[in-house]
Every structure is written in structure tokens, then in C-alpha cells.
Design a protein around this ligand. Sequence first.
Ligand code: PMP
Length: 406
Amino acid sequence: AALGPGSYTLRERERHHGAGNYAPLPAVFHRGEGVWLWDVEGRRYLDMMSAYSAVSFGHTHPRLLRALEDQARRLALTSRAFSNDRLPLLLERLCATFGYERALPVNTGLEAVETALKAARKWAYTIKGVPPGQATVIACDGNFHGRSIAIVGLSSNPQYQAGFGPFPPGLQRIPFGDADALEAAITPDTAAFLVEPIQGEGGIVVPPAGYLAHCAEICRHHDVLLIADEVQTGLGRTGRLLACDHEGVRPDGLILGKALGGGLMPVSAFLADRRVMDVFHPGDHGSTFGGNPLGAAVALEVLALLAETRPWEHAERMGERLRRHLADAHLPCIRAIRGRGLLIGIALDPAIAPAAQAAERLLVRGIATRDTHGNVIRLAPPLTITEDELDHGAEWVVETLASFVA
Ligand code: PMP
């Protein structure tokens, strides 16, 4: 009700948008700075979405803007027909930061996942000796890795699949968090196990302690690649540089995206050692925009910021603080508070507080966030959030959720 006519007029003018996306909540944003967003009426909101964890350094970060602007004035795109002078630096930095021999840059998270799946299948064929066309991939129930046909072929969400088949063969699923199920599902044809260390879109689901390490051991034993999708959890979001670091696991393949582009450019990458990456031959894979100088310049600055500010340490403290605020409120509508670092999900009792309705009330209170699967409200502000901003945000969230009474 607090949202003004400007928002409504602009939303009406969105009628030409194909309906594939989620319907946006009724606020039309106009400007961002740090953890704050302003709508076209000038109302201010605390950003608790960070564009699904892509805006980890906050909106309009001065250093990232400068990197973008300097590069845009020099050179933005050459395609992969030629090299550019930013990309080699980014590749070196990616490999040094995460400890891999090779990185393959693409643009979106979905593309990096596809890249990983292609690498895994060709690795199984050329190295592991799986007969042509038989390599399989295992993923988890409740996963979200993107929305291409191959990737939704791995999904357990009926909406993502309905009407979009047929899907490629060789895609399997097991329950998330159950290492024995992985062991049981592996066959000689298994190329890879693809997993989110913490499920994001699935409802901010943290697997049992030791799960990832156990999976890594099983994969090693059966000569199966462990591929971690850290598109959402990576780059400090969960209180470690990578969510895999919580269990000391180094996956055979690492998928990064979202925050790698600083919220300014789509930049993603698949990282692996030569034994996996070298299965690609020139021409096997790539894209016009992958590794473009503009994205590379921004991502380089992101990696520099990561090394200098180690935002995961702050994210860990702020995450604990936010969880404590929520727990101390003892709200009857809260069933569970999940997550790690600043990737937090509040599971609400659907009979008291439908999460979609909670997101609408939060928006009116000045908190921009969305619900996700399992009647969960996501709280994932930029990692740069100050203690003060976090305390205010927590107060507004608690106040809003308290308006739902049994
Ligand atoms: N993997 C994970 C874990 C994600 O959370 C997402 C996006 N929510 C993707 C992949 C897909 O990324 P993109 O939207 O950039 O294609």
C-alpha cells in the first residue's frame, strides 16, 4: 500500500516481458548504494537479496565502478577470436586464488555449470574409458543449477521440467545430504557428482557436518569427479572463501559465478586441473562474451577486493549476529533458521506466515527480499553490511514477522 503510482505505471509498462521469470514484487528500483536500494518514489530499502548473492560488495562500489569505467573506455569486447590484455591476468588470479591449474571463463552461472557437465562427460569418455554416449552425472534432489534443458533435466522441481522435455539421458538424482545414497548410485559410467555445498534456491539447506568430505572420499575411491557449484555460496558468502572450505574439501571442478562479476557484469568460470580441463580441444566450447575484457577487468578487481578485505570473516560474524537476533525474538511463525555466514534462510510455518506474503510485508517495511522453496525467506545482504545496518535490518524483519500471529 505504501508503494506509489510511479512504480505501478512502470510495472504496467513491463507488459511486454515474456512471463518466464518470477513475477517481481511491486517495487521498481531506481538507484543503489552499498546495502541500500531506492525505488522510483525515493523510498529506501535494505537489500537482503543481493541479486541472489551476486552483489556481495554492495551496489555501486567505487572501486568496481572505476574498474568498469576505465576498461569500458579502453576496450570492452574482442570475442575469443583474439586475446585481450585483461583475461590472462584474470586466469592467473583465479587459478592462484582457488588453487587450480586451469580456468575456463564464461558469463552466467548456468553456462559455467554446462561447461562443467561437458568437461565431466568428455573426461569420462577420454580418460576414464566410459563408452561413448554413456557417461552419467549425479545431482541432488532440491538442487538449483540453472534452467537450460540439460540442467532442468537434473531438477527435482516439477515446474522446472513440465513441458520442457525430452531431456538428455544420463542424468540422475539422489537425496541431498546422504553420502550412502551417492555410494549406491555410482556405476562404472558415472562421470561426476554435481553438488551445491549449501543448497540456495532449494531453501538454504545445509547438509549434515562431514557430508561433503565423505562425498569427496567416495568420489575419489570410484574415480568420479566431484564438482561443486559455488555460484551462490562462493566468494565469502557463507563465512569462508568457498563453502567447501568449511569441510576442507577441494573439489575436482569448481563453478563460480554471480559475485565474481561484482554485480556489474555477468562473469562465471569453471576451474579444474589439467587432467580434467585438457579434455577440451580448441573449438569444443566457448562463447562470444566469455572472458571479455570488461568482465575480466571487473572480476580482477573483485578478486583484489577479496584478498584485501577477506569479507568472509565479517560475513561469518554478521551472519551469527543476524541469526542471534532472529532466534532471540522467539517468533511463533519461525520454524527454523538455516544457513551459514550471510546466506540465511528463515523457514516459516506456512499455516501462520506464507513466505510469499511475508516477502510482501517486508517490502512495505523497507526490506527487499524474496521467498524461496520450502516457505523460506532469504536473508542475504551484501557482505559489506555494517553492524548498525544489520541491527536495523534485523529489527525490521523481526517486527514484520511478528505481525503474523497464530
Ligand atoms: N547455480 C547456483 C547454485 C545458483 O544459485 C544459480 C542461480 N541462482 C545458478 C547456478 C545459475 O546462475 P545464473 O542465473 O547466473 O545462470
